[in-house]
Design a protein around this ligand. Structure first.
Ligand SMILES: Cc1cc2nc3c(=O)[nH]c(=O)nc-3n(C[C@H](O)[C@H](O)[C@H](O)COP(=O)(O)OP(=O)(O)OC[C@H]3O[C@@H](n4cnc5c(N)ncnc54)[C@H](O)[C@@H]3O)c2cc1C
Length: 489
């Protein structure tokens, strides 16, 4: 016999932490909520592991980065969970789930039943063995997904001062770790399969700027190649890395960041899986009505793009968690999850944010010479769909995110590049034209751009036209005024 809870969250990472706080705000009662996590600590802000956690001086350590500190909210320590009557089962893996019986079995052998289940199992780091390379268990080969990995990496860093590190992979884990290794006085070579770092998001121009900076800090790049095998000493420690292009790199430390795989295995036979994640609707509800999925493991409808996406970003974990709890606790009051994809990273003194989608044509703006404040816009089918900004202020990041949500029309790419952030500022400073919906076609007249008035399908409603004309006049004034202001771009 086991225990019964109203709400059970499987997984105790970022999404679980934000869900817990939301449950208390929505009035969960003592003893109703249980969180089961195979990690030994309460939910924490995972992004800290590749940033403050790896600093040589005063590194960030728990409890300072438990959720929900990064959202400037309460820090949920184990004491907080106790005080709020939330059962936190740490160091406990969920071994099986029976969605029909609404029960699960934990690694302690306990059977737990629930009324609502929230899947927040996140993802795991892909292992080299999955690509045919042996050696992941060597004491100086490090991954970075959880606190155990981070502790191992921090220990190996300490014993590798002035030594050589090879970073496999040029995504954000690779980039952030490489920066931390340099700060720890370790010589770094990055091995990238593609032509440049952050290949899924960065344009060659953005990547070049960052890579040049890394080179100036002593980082070497080996591009267009992959790891094929390791050389080991008699203690099974890696001493060198062999690459497909025939090069061999000496290594005191290897960091592997080659992607992640969502933890769906407990549910694959029982729920619909799409794009590698658990398919949910706009309430984060899966194909089983009592089961919700949030964070990295969920594939949900991104309204802005009209398609299903699975995102691997902390902002999406936090917001999808809050939305799911709201949908469970206050179903009548909770609308559709209308999420704008957002991703950020920090390395060395750089800090950037990306909003929206990186598809279509791209135009760069800002000061790439100085490399302090610069960015890019992505335009698809004549509308702004994505924006990257390095070195912006809080207000500027807010501005680009609002502009992306409005999907303004773009007339001329060169003008857009010249105007840079000024374009987004002008767009968001315009009054919003009320939405007018043609019932038959569901085409909306929504945005009035500064130079292209967007009426994708002109309607007969005369006040809509009047509204657009008024908005366009205000926009024209805002545009003129914006141009008068002295900006670098
Ligand atoms: C080092 C690092 C740096 C990052 N930096 C950034 C960044 O700068 N910007 C950004 O946008 N995103 C970043 N991310 C991504 C971000 O952290 C994730 O998107 C976020 O953690 C997803 O939250 P989640 O709750 O879905 O999954 P997770 O936070 O991974 O939590 C899942 C939890 O479930 C547990 N679990 C899994 N299976 C079971 C089971 N069967 N039983 C019990 N427990 C289980 C796991 O152990 C884990 O504790 C980073 C990620 C990492 C690893």
């Amino acid at each position: 016999m086991g225990r019964a809870f109203v709400y059970v969250i499987v997984g105790g990472g970022v999404a679980a932490g934000y869900a817990a706080l939301e449950f208390t705000r929505k009035g969960v009662s003592d003893g109703e909520l249980c969180i089961i996590s195979n990690e030994p600590v309460a939910p924490y802000e995972r992004p800290a592991l590749s940033k403050g956690f790896l600093l040589p001086e005063n590194p960030t350590r728990l409890p300072s980065f438990h959720t929900c500190v990064a959202a400037n909210d309460e820090i949920l320590t184990p004491k907080w969970y106790k005080e709020h009557g939330i059962e936190l089962l740490l160091g406990t893996r969920v071994m099986s789930v029976d969605l029909k019986r609404m029960t699960l079995v934990s690694s302690t052998g306990e059977t737990i039943s629930y009324k609502f289940l929230i899947i927040a199992t996140g993802a795991r780091a892909l292992k080299l063995e999955e690509f045919g390379v042996e050696g992941s268990d060597a004491e100086n080969v490090c991954y970075l997904r959880d606190l155990n990995d981070a502790n191992k990496l921090a220990t190996v860093i300490q014993s590798s001062s002035n030594g050589n590190a090879v970073v496999i992979g040029g995504g954000y884990i690779g980039m952030e770790c490489a920066a931390s290794l340099v700060i720890n006085k370790i010589n770094v070579t990055m091995v990238l399969p593609g032509a440049h770092c952050m290949a899924r998001l960065f344009t060659p121009k953005i990547a070049t700027l960052y890579e040049d900076y890394y080179r100036a800090k002593g980082v070497k790049f080996m591009k267009g190649t992959t790891l094929t095998s390791f050389e080991f000493d008699s203690d099974k420690k890696v001493t060198a890395v062999n690459l497909k292009d025939g090069n061999q790199l000496p290594a005191d430390l290897v960091v592997v960041g080659i992607g992640i795989r969502p933890n769906t295995s407990l549910f694959e036979e029982q729920l619909i899986i799409e794009k590698g994640g658990i398919k949910v609707n706009s309430k984060m509800q899966s194909s089983e009505s009592s089961v919700y999925a949030i964070g990295d493991v969920a594939t949900f409808p991104v309204k802005l793009y009209g398609e299903m996406r699975r995102l691997e970003h902390v902002d999406s974990a936090r917001k999808s968690a809050r939305h799911a709890v709201s949908a469970i606790m206050e179903p009548e009051k909770t609308g559709e999850f209308d999420y704008l994809p957002c991703f950020y990273s920090r390395f060395f003194a750089f800090s950037w944010q990306f909003y929206g989608d990186h598809v279509g044509e791209v135009v760069h703006f800002g000061d790439y010479e100085e490399g302090k404040v610069f960015g890019a816009y992505w335009v698809k089918e004549g509308h702004l769909v994505g924006s990257f900004l390095e070195g912006g202020t809080k207000e500027e990041y807010e501005t680009i995110s609002k502009a992306i949500q409005l999907r303004p029309a773009v007339g001329d790419m060169e003008d857009l590049g010249r105007e840079g952030l000024g374009f987004a500022e002008t767009v968001v400073s315009q009054p919003v034209v009320p939405e007018v919906t043609d019932v038959q076609s569901s085409v909306m007249v929504r945005q009035a751009s500064i130079r292209v008035v967007v009426m994708e399908k002109p309607l007969h409603v005369w006040h809509a036209v009047t509204g657009v004309v008024v908005a366009a006049s205000v926009a024209a004034f805002a545009y003129w005024y914006g141009r008068k202001r002295s900006r670098k771009w």
